[in-house]
Unconditional design. Structure first.
Length: 390
Protein backbone atom coordinates (compact mmCIF):
# COMPACT_ATOMS: atom_id res chain seq x y z
CA UNK A 1 0.00 0.00 0.00
CA UNK A 2 2.63 2.54 1.04
CA UNK A 3 4.62 1.63 -2.04
CA UNK A 4 1.65 2.44 -4.30
CA UNK A 5 1.16 5.81 -2.67
CA UNK A 6 4.76 6.86 -2.60
CA UNK A 7 5.49 5.96 -6.20
CA UNK A 8 3.45 8.86 -7.73
CA UNK A 9 4.89 11.19 -5.08
CA UNK A 10 8.36 10.06 -6.03
CA UNK A 11 7.54 10.73 -9.68
CA UNK A 12 6.29 14.20 -8.78
CA UNK A 13 9.50 14.95 -6.91
CA UNK A 14 11.51 13.63 -9.80
CA UNK A 15 9.62 15.80 -12.28
CA UNK A 16 10.03 18.89 -10.11
CA UNK A 17 13.71 18.12 -9.64
CA UNK A 18 14.23 17.67 -13.39
CA UNK A 19 12.40 20.89 -14.24
CA UNK A 20 14.56 22.79 -11.72
CA UNK A 21 17.72 21.28 -13.12
CA UNK A 22 16.82 21.77 -16.77
CA UNK A 23 15.23 25.16 -16.08
CA UNK A 24 13.22 27.51 -18.24
CA UNK A 25 15.37 28.48 -21.21
CA UNK A 26 14.83 31.53 -23.42
CA UNK A 27 16.58 29.65 -26.26
CA UNK A 28 14.01 26.86 -26.06
CA UNK A 29 11.18 27.74 -28.41
CA UNK A 30 8.80 25.54 -26.38
CA UNK A 31 9.56 27.36 -23.14
CA UNK A 32 9.33 30.81 -24.69
CA UNK A 33 6.20 30.10 -26.70
CA UNK A 34 4.35 28.65 -23.72
CA UNK A 35 5.14 31.79 -21.71
CA UNK A 36 3.96 34.02 -24.58
CA UNK A 37 0.70 32.12 -25.11
CA UNK A 38 -2.54 33.54 -23.75
CA UNK A 39 -3.67 31.83 -20.55
CA UNK A 40 -5.91 32.64 -17.60
CA UNK A 41 -2.84 33.09 -15.46
CA UNK A 42 -0.57 35.08 -17.80
CA UNK A 43 2.59 33.76 -16.12
CA UNK A 44 1.67 30.15 -16.84
CA UNK A 45 4.53 28.56 -18.76
CA UNK A 46 6.95 31.31 -17.68
CA UNK A 47 9.90 31.21 -15.33
CA UNK A 48 7.93 32.74 -12.46
CA UNK A 49 10.91 33.68 -10.32
CA UNK A 50 12.48 35.81 -13.00
CA UNK A 51 9.53 37.10 -15.01
CA UNK A 52 7.76 40.41 -14.54
CA UNK A 53 4.35 40.86 -16.17
CA UNK A 54 3.23 44.16 -17.69
CA UNK A 55 -0.33 44.88 -18.72
CA UNK A 56 -1.47 48.31 -19.86
CA UNK A 57 -5.16 47.33 -19.65
CA UNK A 58 -5.78 45.18 -16.58
CA UNK A 59 -6.69 47.22 -13.50
CA UNK A 60 -5.03 44.76 -11.11
CA UNK A 61 -1.71 44.69 -12.92
CA UNK A 62 1.22 45.90 -10.83
CA UNK A 63 3.07 47.23 -13.87
CA UNK A 64 1.18 49.15 -16.55
CA UNK A 65 4.19 50.50 -18.43
CA UNK A 66 7.18 48.60 -19.77
CA UNK A 67 9.52 51.20 -18.32
CA UNK A 68 8.15 50.71 -14.77
CA UNK A 69 8.85 46.98 -15.12
CA UNK A 70 12.37 47.66 -16.44
CA UNK A 71 12.96 50.08 -13.55
CA UNK A 72 11.94 47.37 -11.05
CA UNK A 73 14.88 45.17 -12.08
CA UNK A 74 18.13 45.34 -10.10
CA UNK A 75 21.24 46.67 -11.84
CA UNK A 76 23.15 43.39 -11.57
CA UNK A 77 24.13 40.43 -13.75
CA UNK A 78 21.03 38.30 -13.09
CA UNK A 79 18.67 37.32 -15.92
CA UNK A 80 15.17 38.80 -16.07
CA UNK A 81 12.26 38.41 -18.46
CA UNK A 82 9.50 40.94 -18.99
CA UNK A 83 6.29 39.51 -20.46
CA UNK A 84 4.22 42.24 -22.11
CA UNK A 85 0.46 41.80 -22.55
CA UNK A 86 -1.19 42.63 -25.88
CA UNK A 87 -1.89 46.32 -26.30
CA UNK A 88 -0.51 49.71 -27.20
CA UNK A 89 2.02 51.24 -24.84
CA UNK A 90 2.74 54.94 -25.35
CA UNK A 91 6.14 55.40 -23.75
CA UNK A 92 9.91 55.43 -24.15
CA UNK A 93 11.77 52.39 -22.85
CA UNK A 94 15.35 52.78 -21.64
CA UNK A 95 17.38 49.75 -20.54
CA UNK A 96 20.67 50.48 -18.74
CA UNK A 97 21.17 47.32 -16.68
CA UNK A 98 23.98 44.91 -17.38
CA UNK A 99 22.40 41.47 -16.90
CA UNK A 100 20.48 39.52 -19.57
CA UNK A 101 17.13 41.25 -20.11
CA UNK A 102 14.49 39.74 -22.39
CA UNK A 103 11.32 41.60 -23.42
CA UNK A 104 8.74 39.22 -24.89
CA UNK A 105 5.27 39.95 -26.25
CA UNK A 106 2.12 37.94 -25.67
CA UNK A 107 1.04 36.24 -28.88
CA UNK A 108 -0.63 33.17 -30.30
CA UNK A 109 1.73 33.40 -33.33
CA UNK A 110 5.25 33.56 -31.87
CA UNK A 111 6.93 32.81 -35.20
CA UNK A 112 5.22 35.59 -37.15
CA UNK A 113 6.20 39.23 -36.77
CA UNK A 114 3.17 40.34 -38.78
CA UNK A 115 0.88 38.95 -36.06
CA UNK A 116 2.51 40.91 -33.23
CA UNK A 117 0.01 42.24 -30.68
CA UNK A 118 2.26 44.56 -28.67
CA UNK A 119 3.09 48.04 -29.97
CA UNK A 120 5.37 50.41 -28.08
CA UNK A 121 4.80 53.83 -29.54
CA UNK A 122 6.46 57.20 -29.11
CA UNK A 123 6.50 60.36 -31.22
CA UNK A 124 9.68 62.43 -31.13
CA UNK A 125 12.04 64.15 -33.53
CA UNK A 126 15.51 65.61 -33.08
CA UNK A 127 15.51 69.40 -32.94
CA UNK A 128 18.60 71.66 -32.83
CA UNK A 129 20.26 71.25 -29.45
CA UNK A 130 18.57 67.92 -28.73
CA UNK A 131 20.63 64.86 -29.66
CA UNK A 132 19.00 62.12 -31.74
CA UNK A 133 19.32 59.84 -28.66
CA UNK A 134 16.38 61.53 -26.95
CA UNK A 135 13.95 60.65 -29.74
CA UNK A 136 14.19 56.87 -29.56
CA UNK A 137 11.26 54.66 -28.58
CA UNK A 138 13.67 51.99 -27.24
CA UNK A 139 17.15 52.80 -25.90
CA UNK A 140 19.65 50.19 -24.73
CA UNK A 141 22.81 51.83 -23.36
CA UNK A 142 24.56 52.05 -19.95
CA UNK A 143 24.08 55.81 -19.70
CA UNK A 144 23.20 58.90 -21.68
CA UNK A 145 26.75 59.67 -22.85
CA UNK A 146 27.11 56.21 -24.38
CA UNK A 147 23.95 56.76 -26.44
CA UNK A 148 24.76 60.24 -27.80
CA UNK A 149 25.25 60.55 -31.56
CA UNK A 150 27.05 63.88 -31.66
CA UNK A 151 28.28 65.23 -34.98
CA UNK A 152 31.34 65.23 -37.24
CA UNK A 153 33.14 62.18 -38.63
CA UNK A 154 33.76 60.66 -35.19
CA UNK A 155 30.55 61.74 -33.43
CA UNK A 156 30.20 62.34 -29.67
CA UNK A 157 33.42 61.52 -27.82
CA UNK A 158 32.12 59.02 -25.27
CA UNK A 159 34.34 59.42 -22.15
CA UNK A 160 36.83 56.58 -21.68
CA UNK A 161 35.88 54.43 -18.70
CA UNK A 162 32.21 54.38 -19.71
CA UNK A 163 30.96 50.95 -18.58
CA UNK A 164 29.47 48.40 -21.00
CA UNK A 165 25.69 48.08 -20.68
CA UNK A 166 23.48 45.06 -21.28
CA UNK A 167 25.51 42.02 -22.36
CA UNK A 168 22.42 40.15 -23.63
CA UNK A 169 19.35 42.23 -24.39
CA UNK A 170 16.55 40.71 -26.51
CA UNK A 171 13.09 41.38 -27.82
CA UNK A 172 10.66 38.81 -29.25
CA UNK A 173 7.33 39.69 -30.88
CA UNK A 174 7.25 43.42 -30.17
CA UNK A 175 6.79 46.43 -32.46
CA UNK A 176 8.56 49.73 -31.75
CA UNK A 177 7.09 52.74 -33.50
CA UNK A 178 8.19 56.38 -33.68
CA UNK A 179 5.28 58.08 -35.40
CA UNK A 180 6.25 61.74 -35.09
CA UNK A 181 5.48 62.40 -38.77
CA UNK A 182 4.31 60.19 -41.66
CA UNK A 183 7.30 61.27 -43.77
CA UNK A 184 11.02 61.86 -43.36
CA UNK A 185 11.63 65.14 -41.54
CA UNK A 186 14.56 64.74 -39.15
CA UNK A 187 15.91 61.91 -36.98
CA UNK A 188 13.09 59.89 -35.36
CA UNK A 189 14.56 56.74 -33.85
CA UNK A 190 12.67 53.57 -32.98
CA UNK A 191 15.81 51.77 -31.70
CA UNK A 192 19.02 53.14 -30.21
CA UNK A 193 21.60 50.62 -28.95
CA UNK A 194 25.13 51.49 -27.82
CA UNK A 195 27.73 49.82 -25.55
CA UNK A 196 25.45 46.77 -25.50
CA UNK A 197 24.59 43.51 -27.30
CA UNK A 198 21.02 43.14 -28.55
CA UNK A 199 19.11 40.40 -30.38
CA UNK A 200 15.79 41.36 -31.98
CA UNK A 201 13.51 38.55 -33.17
CA UNK A 202 10.07 38.84 -34.77
CA UNK A 203 10.39 42.53 -33.96
CA UNK A 204 9.14 45.51 -35.95
CA UNK A 205 10.84 48.93 -36.08
CA UNK A 206 8.85 51.70 -37.75
CA UNK A 207 9.63 55.36 -38.45
CA UNK A 208 10.70 57.38 -41.49
CA UNK A 209 14.22 58.63 -40.74
CA UNK A 210 17.11 57.08 -38.79
CA UNK A 211 14.81 54.29 -37.57
CA UNK A 212 17.50 51.87 -36.31
CA UNK A 213 20.59 53.39 -34.65
CA UNK A 214 23.44 51.07 -33.67
CA UNK A 215 25.82 53.35 -31.81
CA UNK A 216 29.35 52.96 -30.53
CA UNK A 217 30.25 49.45 -29.29
CA UNK A 218 26.71 48.47 -30.18
CA UNK A 219 26.09 44.96 -31.54
CA UNK A 220 22.65 44.32 -33.00
CA UNK A 221 21.40 41.03 -34.49
CA UNK A 222 18.00 41.40 -36.16
CA UNK A 223 16.28 38.29 -37.51
CA UNK A 224 12.82 37.41 -38.89
CA UNK A 225 11.81 41.00 -38.32
CA UNK A 226 10.59 44.08 -40.19
CA UNK A 227 12.19 47.51 -40.48
CA UNK A 228 10.28 50.27 -42.28
CA UNK A 229 11.68 53.68 -43.13
CA UNK A 230 12.54 56.23 -45.78
CA UNK A 231 15.87 58.01 -45.12
CA UNK A 232 19.12 56.49 -43.75
CA UNK A 233 16.99 54.16 -41.72
CA UNK A 234 19.83 51.87 -40.66
CA UNK A 235 22.61 54.09 -39.33
CA UNK A 236 25.32 54.09 -36.72
CA UNK A 237 28.90 53.36 -35.67
CA UNK A 238 28.54 49.84 -34.37
CA UNK A 239 27.85 46.45 -35.94
CA UNK A 240 24.48 45.24 -37.21
CA UNK A 241 23.65 41.87 -38.77
CA UNK A 242 20.16 41.84 -40.31
CA UNK A 243 18.95 38.46 -41.56
CA UNK A 244 15.70 37.15 -43.11
CA UNK A 245 14.10 40.51 -42.52
CA UNK A 246 11.52 42.54 -44.44
CA UNK A 247 12.95 45.97 -45.28
CA UNK A 248 10.05 48.19 -46.20
CA UNK A 249 10.59 51.38 -48.22
CA UNK A 250 8.04 54.04 -47.26
CA UNK A 251 9.57 56.38 -49.88
CA UNK A 252 13.20 57.17 -50.87
CA UNK A 253 15.59 59.58 -49.18
CA UNK A 254 19.33 59.45 -48.52
CA UNK A 255 20.01 55.73 -48.53
CA UNK A 256 18.72 52.65 -46.77
CA UNK A 257 22.03 52.48 -44.86
CA UNK A 258 24.39 55.25 -43.66
CA UNK A 259 27.31 54.20 -41.44
CA UNK A 260 30.31 55.83 -39.78
CA UNK A 261 33.49 53.80 -39.54
CA UNK A 262 35.96 54.26 -36.70
CA UNK A 263 39.76 54.01 -36.55
CA UNK A 264 40.67 51.51 -33.85
CA UNK A 265 44.08 50.16 -32.80
CA UNK A 266 42.77 46.67 -33.76
CA UNK A 267 41.10 45.50 -36.99
CA UNK A 268 37.38 46.12 -36.84
CA UNK A 269 34.33 44.99 -38.79
CA UNK A 270 32.02 47.78 -37.63
CA UNK A 271 29.33 48.08 -40.26
CA UNK A 272 25.92 46.94 -41.45
CA UNK A 273 25.38 43.50 -42.98
CA UNK A 274 21.99 42.80 -44.56
CA UNK A 275 21.73 39.12 -45.49
CA UNK A 276 19.00 36.89 -47.01
CA UNK A 277 16.54 39.73 -46.66
CA UNK A 278 13.81 41.31 -48.78
CA UNK A 279 13.86 45.00 -49.77
CA UNK A 280 10.54 46.21 -51.16
CA UNK A 281 8.20 49.19 -51.49
CA UNK A 282 5.83 49.46 -48.52
CA UNK A 283 2.88 49.37 -50.90
CA UNK A 284 2.04 49.61 -54.59
CA UNK A 285 0.79 53.20 -54.56
CA UNK A 286 4.29 54.60 -53.95
CA UNK A 287 5.98 55.99 -57.10
CA UNK A 288 9.54 55.04 -56.29
CA UNK A 289 10.56 52.76 -59.15
CA UNK A 290 14.33 53.00 -59.70
CA UNK A 291 14.72 55.75 -57.10
CA UNK A 292 15.88 54.31 -53.77
CA UNK A 293 19.63 54.12 -53.03
CA UNK A 294 21.02 51.19 -51.06
CA UNK A 295 23.08 53.55 -48.93
CA UNK A 296 25.41 56.54 -48.68
CA UNK A 297 28.61 57.21 -46.69
CA UNK A 298 27.78 58.89 -43.36
CA UNK A 299 31.54 59.13 -43.06
CA UNK A 300 34.22 58.04 -45.52
CA UNK A 301 34.77 54.78 -43.63
CA UNK A 302 31.22 53.53 -44.09
CA UNK A 303 31.03 49.72 -44.32
CA UNK A 304 27.75 48.34 -45.68
CA UNK A 305 27.04 45.03 -47.42
CA UNK A 306 23.78 43.68 -48.82
CA UNK A 307 24.25 39.94 -49.48
CA UNK A 308 21.91 37.29 -50.96
CA UNK A 309 19.16 39.89 -50.70
CA UNK A 310 16.11 40.36 -52.92
CA UNK A 311 15.77 43.93 -54.22
CA UNK A 312 12.48 45.01 -55.75
CA UNK A 313 12.21 47.51 -58.63
CA UNK A 314 12.40 50.50 -56.21
CA UNK A 315 16.20 50.25 -56.09
CA UNK A 316 18.37 52.67 -58.09
CA UNK A 317 20.07 50.97 -61.05
CA UNK A 318 23.49 51.98 -59.70
CA UNK A 319 22.84 50.79 -56.13
CA UNK A 320 24.63 53.05 -53.64
CA UNK A 321 25.24 56.82 -53.93
CA UNK A 322 27.76 59.34 -52.53
CA UNK A 323 26.91 61.86 -49.82
CA UNK A 324 26.42 65.45 -50.92
CA UNK A 325 28.97 67.07 -50.58
CA UNK A 326 31.15 64.13 -51.62
CA UNK A 327 32.57 61.81 -48.93
CA UNK A 328 33.14 58.56 -50.81
CA UNK A 329 36.82 57.58 -51.04
CA UNK A 330 38.98 54.47 -51.14
CA UNK A 331 38.31 53.74 -47.43
CA UNK A 332 34.58 53.44 -48.11
CA UNK A 333 33.03 49.97 -48.52
CA UNK A 334 29.58 50.11 -50.10
CA UNK A 335 29.11 46.59 -51.35
CA UNK A 336 26.86 43.79 -52.51
CA UNK A 337 27.24 40.05 -52.78
CA UNK A 338 24.86 37.91 -54.83
CA UNK A 339 21.86 40.22 -54.57
CA UNK A 340 19.01 39.52 -56.97
CA UNK A 341 15.57 40.69 -58.10
CA UNK A 342 14.36 43.48 -60.40
CA UNK A 343 16.32 46.05 -58.36
CA UNK A 344 19.57 44.28 -59.18
CA UNK A 345 20.35 45.82 -62.57
CA UNK A 346 23.52 44.22 -63.92
CA UNK A 347 24.34 46.96 -66.46
CA UNK A 348 23.53 49.62 -63.87
CA UNK A 349 25.89 48.00 -61.36
CA UNK A 350 28.66 47.74 -63.97
CA UNK A 351 28.42 51.50 -64.50
CA UNK A 352 28.15 52.27 -60.75
CA UNK A 353 30.78 54.54 -59.18
CA UNK A 354 29.90 54.02 -55.52
CA UNK A 355 28.92 50.35 -55.42
CA UNK A 356 31.21 47.32 -55.54
CA UNK A 357 30.42 43.64 -56.05
CA UNK A 358 32.48 41.54 -53.64
CA UNK A 359 34.43 38.49 -54.71
CA UNK A 360 33.75 35.26 -52.73
CA UNK A 361 37.07 35.83 -50.92
CA UNK A 362 36.14 39.39 -49.97
CA UNK A 363 32.69 38.32 -48.74
CA UNK A 364 34.21 35.42 -46.75
CA UNK A 365 35.81 37.98 -44.43
CA UNK A 366 32.33 39.08 -43.22
CA UNK A 367 30.12 36.09 -44.02
CA UNK A 368 28.82 35.19 -40.55
CA UNK A 369 27.92 36.86 -37.24
CA UNK A 370 31.03 35.22 -35.68
CA UNK A 371 33.20 37.14 -38.15
CA UNK A 372 31.73 40.57 -37.48
CA UNK A 373 30.63 40.85 -33.83
CA UNK A 374 33.48 41.96 -31.57
CA UNK A 375 34.05 42.48 -27.88
CA UNK A 376 34.92 46.05 -26.88
CA UNK A 377 38.63 45.09 -26.86
CA UNK A 378 38.43 43.96 -30.49
CA UNK A 379 38.33 40.19 -30.08
CA UNK A 380 35.98 38.59 -32.61
CA UNK A 381 33.30 35.99 -31.90
CA UNK A 382 31.14 37.94 -29.44
CA UNK A 383 27.96 35.93 -30.14
CA UNK A 384 26.94 34.16 -26.90
CA UNK A 385 23.90 36.47 -26.74
CA UNK A 386 22.51 35.33 -30.13
CA UNK A 387 19.50 33.00 -30.16
CA UNK A 388 20.42 30.55 -32.95
CA UNK A 389 17.14 28.66 -32.50
CA UNK A 390 15.20 31.41 -34.31
C1 LIG B 1 24.97 49.62 -13.12
O1 LIG B 1 26.07 48.93 -12.56
C2 LIG B 1 27.28 49.17 -13.23
C3 LIG B 1 28.33 48.25 -12.61
O2 LIG B 1 28.40 48.44 -11.25
C4 LIG B 1 27.65 50.65 -13.11
O3 LIG B 1 28.87 50.90 -13.79
C5 LIG B 1 26.54 51.48 -13.74
O4 LIG B 1 26.80 52.84 -13.57
C6 LIG B 1 25.20 51.13 -13.11
N1 LIG B 1 24.17 51.79 -13.87
C7 LIG B 1 23.19 52.48 -13.32
C8 LIG B 1 22.20 53.10 -14.26
O5 LIG B 1 23.11 52.65 -12.12
C1 LIG C 1 -3.22 49.82 -31.23
O1 LIG C 1 -3.07 50.85 -32.20
C2 LIG C 1 -3.34 50.40 -33.51
C3 LIG C 1 -2.95 51.48 -34.47
O2 LIG C 1 -3.32 52.73 -34.01
C4 LIG C 1 -4.81 50.04 -33.59
O3 LIG C 1 -5.12 49.59 -34.89
C5 LIG C 1 -5.08 48.93 -32.58
O4 LIG C 1 -6.45 48.63 -32.56
C6 LIG C 1 -4.63 49.31 -31.21
N1 LIG C 1 -4.70 48.13 -30.35
C7 LIG C 1 -5.23 48.14 -29.14
C8 LIG C 1 -5.21 46.84 -28.41
O5 LIG C 1 -5.69 49.16 -28.63
C1 LIG D 1 18.31 56.39 -19.91
O1 LIG D 1 18.45 56.19 -18.51
C2 LIG D 1 19.71 56.64 -18.00
C3 LIG D 1 19.81 56.19 -16.57
O2 LIG D 1 18.69 56.65 -15.85
C4 LIG D 1 19.81 58.14 -18.15
O3 LIG D 1 21.07 58.57 -17.70
C5 LIG D 1 19.67 58.48 -19.63
O4 LIG D 1 19.58 59.87 -19.78
C6 LIG D 1 18.45 57.85 -20.27
N1 LIG D 1 18.61 57.98 -21.70
C7 LIG D 1 17.77 58.63 -22.45
C8 LIG D 1 18.10 58.67 -23.91
O5 LIG D 1 16.78 59.17 -21.99
C1 LIG E 1 29.32 62.88 -20.19
O1 LIG E 1 30.25 63.45 -21.08
C2 LIG E 1 30.60 64.78 -20.74
C3 LIG E 1 31.47 65.31 -21.87
O2 LIG E 1 32.55 64.44 -22.07
C4 LIG E 1 31.28 64.79 -19.40
O3 LIG E 1 31.58 66.14 -19.03
C5 LIG E 1 30.35 64.20 -18.36
O4 LIG E 1 31.01 64.09 -17.12
C6 LIG E 1 29.91 62.82 -18.79
N1 LIG E 1 28.90 62.32 -17.87
C7 LIG E 1 28.98 61.12 -17.31
C8 LIG E 1 27.86 60.74 -16.40
O5 LIG E 1 29.88 60.34 -17.55
C1 LIG F 1 1.76 53.50 -48.69
O1 LIG F 1 2.85 53.77 -47.84
C2 LIG F 1 3.03 55.13 -47.55
C3 LIG F 1 4.30 55.24 -46.74
O2 LIG F 1 4.22 54.53 -45.54
C4 LIG F 1 1.82 55.66 -46.80
O3 LIG F 1 1.98 57.03 -46.55
C5 LIG F 1 0.58 55.43 -47.64
O4 LIG F 1 -0.55 55.79 -46.88
C6 LIG F 1 0.46 53.98 -48.04
N1 LIG F 1 -0.62 53.85 -48.98
C7 LIG F 1 -1.49 52.85 -48.90
C8 LIG F 1 -2.56 52.85 -49.96
O5 LIG F 1 -1.46 52.01 -48.03
C1 LIG G 1 40.86 57.19 -40.13
O1 LIG G 1 42.12 57.21 -40.67
C2 LIG G 1 42.20 57.54 -42.07
C3 LIG G 1 43.65 57.39 -42.52
O2 LIG G 1 44.48 58.08 -41.68
C4 LIG G 1 41.69 58.97 -42.24
O3 LIG G 1 41.68 59.29 -43.61
C5 LIG G 1 40.24 59.03 -41.71
O4 LIG G 1 39.76 60.35 -41.77
C6 LIG G 1 40.16 58.54 -40.29
N1 LIG G 1 38.75 58.42 -39.96
C7 LIG G 1 38.22 58.77 -38.81
C8 LIG G 1 36.75 58.56 -38.66
O5 LIG G 1 38.87 59.24 -37.90
C1 LIG H 1 1.82 57.91 -58.38
O1 LIG H 1 1.68 58.30 -59.72
C2 LIG H 1 0.33 58.22 -60.18
C3 LIG H 1 0.34 58.51 -61.67
O2 LIG H 1 1.18 59.57 -61.95
C4 LIG H 1 -0.52 59.23 -59.40
O3 LIG H 1 -1.87 59.13 -59.80
C5 LIG H 1 -0.41 58.88 -57.90
O4 LIG H 1 -1.10 59.85 -57.14
C6 LIG H 1 1.03 58.84 -57.45
N1 LIG H 1 1.07 58.36 -56.08
C7 LIG H 1 1.82 58.93 -55.15
C8 LIG H 1 1.76 58.27 -53.78
O5 LIG H 1 2.49 59.92 -55.33
C1 LIG I 1 43.68 55.81 -50.83
O1 LIG I 1 44.10 56.77 -51.77
C2 LIG I 1 45.15 57.60 -51.29
C3 LIG I 1 45.46 58.63 -52.36
O2 LIG I 1 44.28 59.31 -52.72
C4 LIG I 1 46.39 56.74 -51.00
O3 LIG I 1 47.40 57.56 -50.45
C5 LIG I 1 46.01 55.65 -49.99
O4 LIG I 1 47.08 54.77 -49.82
C6 LIG I 1 44.80 54.85 -50.47
N1 LIG I 1 44.41 53.99 -49.38
C7 LIG I 1 43.95 52.76 -49.58
C8 LIG I 1 43.51 52.00 -48.34
O5 LIG I 1 43.89 52.26 -50.68
C1 LIG J 1 19.53 49.37 -65.92
O1 LIG J 1 20.59 50.30 -65.79
C2 LIG J 1 20.93 50.93 -67.00
C3 LIG J 1 22.17 51.78 -66.74
O2 LIG J 1 22.01 52.62 -65.62
C4 LIG J 1 19.74 51.75 -67.49
O3 LIG J 1 20.05 52.34 -68.72
C5 LIG J 1 18.53 50.83 -67.66
O4 LIG J 1 17.39 51.60 -67.97
C6 LIG J 1 18.26 50.08 -66.38
N1 LIG J 1 17.22 49.09 -66.58
C7 LIG J 1 16.13 49.05 -65.83
C8 LIG J 1 15.16 47.96 -66.17
O5 LIG J 1 15.91 49.85 -64.94
Amino acid sequence: MTRNLSFPILLLFLATFLSLVSGWDINSQNDRHSCQAYSRDPLEGCDRKRTVYVDVVSSDSKYKTVQSAVASLPNNTDTYIILIASGNYTEQVNVTRRGPTYLIGQTAHPTSQSHNTVNIIWAAIAVPGLDNAFTSTLTVAPNLNASLTGSGPTGFAVPSGTPFGCVDFRTYNLNFVNNFAPYSDDPSLALSISYANGGFYYTGFYSYQDTVYVGKLGNAYIKNSEVAGQTDFFYGFGTAWVESTSISLRSCGGGITAWKGTNTSFPNAYGIYIVDSNVHAANSSLNITGKCALGRPWNAQMRSIFAYTYLDKSILSTGYIDWNPARYNNYTLQAEYRDYGPGYNVTGREAAKFDVQLTPEEWAQYSSPQKVFQYPDGRFGNTAWIDWSV
